[in-house]
Design a protein around this ligand. Structure first.
Ligand SMILES: Cc1ncc(C[n+]2csc(CCOP(=O)(O)OP(=O)(O)O)c2C)c(N)n1
Ligand SMILES: [Mg+2]
Length: 360
């Protein structure tokens, strides 16, 4: 019996293309990306790191609200998003705002989401996505449904969702992957394993050696990927997307990653549950440093490119935060109006009361 478990676990060795030193270690799986595309991925990662730093500063100044830091997870987030098509559907978690932005969410709306303003959730028609899910794992069930809908309509698209390592302990996680597997729905389930669910280490969440192996029980494809290697994450997602649109069913992708910052900016202190050694070990795997080394060796990235990406990010953020701050303050009647298509009687009455108050 022991052998059976060992056999399963041995199937889930980490998939990597670019090692920690920025060297290609797996030529065979090197994705077919043009030089311009490689540069664009790098530009986005640098931009997103700046966005993370600025968002943290804006939060500290009281100009943003809820914010879950993203630094360290850029390869995992942006590598997977880069493999998508415009009409694919994203069901993100609270840490996955960067994927929404690169899929078409205007930055000022991302800021409004952080501020808890309803307009932050009113997406442009061409962006096919739900708002970031706060209920851990719930987006996995929704993804099975969205993917089945895509299949029934005969569209050649996928629904992709993101949760964390902690999310895989939830019932919704298993229901989602099982249902999508049963219907061969075109879904991609990403688990960003950043080793912790707030302060709880992954080893305390589960006895499974990998999270990718959870795919076995649902009869779907599973793969564990180096989540600090943007090329590996891109290649795995592209592969999963192809399978999905070809009717071969869902894939579970576990990305091994790390959040450099705290869980959220609402009072979490990672020094209480992570050692300095652990932080240092993971900082050496920084996805941006690694990819930069690779691109520089191919003469595709220069200091000027880096500075341009940084300046562009800063400029966009400045404009976007101004636009977010200029948005009319939300009113109680806005909250009520955005909750229901038709108001129940008791809310109609309250709505009238607030309308009256707000008109003064
Ligand atoms: C159903 C549910 N239970 C508990 C919480 C509180 N909670 C918020 S974040 C979090 C940890 C999630 O960790 P993980 O899935 O690893 O994602 P990460 O934050 O590391 O990206 C928990 C337990 C919640 N939001 N929803
Ligand atoms: Mg986690």
């Amino acid at each position: 019996m022991k052998q059976v478990l060992e056999n399963i676990e041995s199937q889930f060795e980490m998939f990597q293309i670019l090692d920690e030193n920025g060297k290609i270690v797996n030529k065979d799986d090197m994705p077919d990306l043009s030089d311009d595309e490689l540069k664009e991925i790098m530009r986005r990662m640098v931009y997103t790191r700046i966005l993370d730093q600025r968002s943290t500063a804006l939060n500290r100044q009281g100009r943003l609200g809820f914010y879950a830091p993203t630094a360290g997870q850029e390869a995992s987030q942006l590598g997977s998003q880069f493999a998508l098509e415009k009409e694919d559907f994203i069901l993100p978690g609270y840490r996955d705002v960067p994927q929404l932005i690169w899929q078409g969410l205007p930055l000022y709306q991302a800021f409004l989401f952080s501020k808890g303003h309803f307009h932050g959730n009113q997406y442009p028609d061409e962006l096919r996505a739900l708002s970031p899910q706060i209920i851990i794992g719930a987006q996995y069930v929704q993804t099975a449904g969205v993917a089945l809908g895509i299949k029934k309509r005969g569209n050649k698209n996928v629904a992709i969702t993101y949760t964390g390592d902690g999310g895989t302990s939830q019932g919704d996680f298993y229901e989602g992957i099982n249902f999508a597997g049963a219907y061969k729905a075109p879904a991609i389930f990403v688990v960003q394993n950043n080793r912790f669910a707030i302060s709880v280490p992954v080893e305390k969440q589960t006895n499974a050696k990998t999270l990718a192996q959870k795919a076995v029980a649902a009869g779907i494809e599973g793969i564990q990927v180096d989540g600090m290697d943007v090329l590996a994450v891109y290649a795995a997602t592209k592969f999963a997307r192809e399978r999905a649109v070809n009717g071969e069913g869902p894939t579970l992708i576990e990305t091994l990653t790390y959040r450099f910052g705290p869980h959220t900016l609402s009072g979490d202190d990672p020094t209480r549950y992570r050692t300095e050694d652990m932080d240092n070990e993971w900082e050496k795997k920084d996805p941006i440093v690694r990819f930069r080394t690779y691109l520089e060796s191919k003469k595709l990235w220069s200091e000027e490119d880096e500075n341009n990406a940084i300046e562009q990010a800063k400029e966009d953020i400045k404009k976007a935060i101004k636009q977010a701050e200029e948005q009319p303050k939300q009113k109680v009647t806005d909250l009520i109006a955005n909750m229901y298509e038709e108001l129940p009687t008791h809310l109609q009455e309250q709505n009238e009361i607030y309308k009256e108050k707000e008109s003064k």
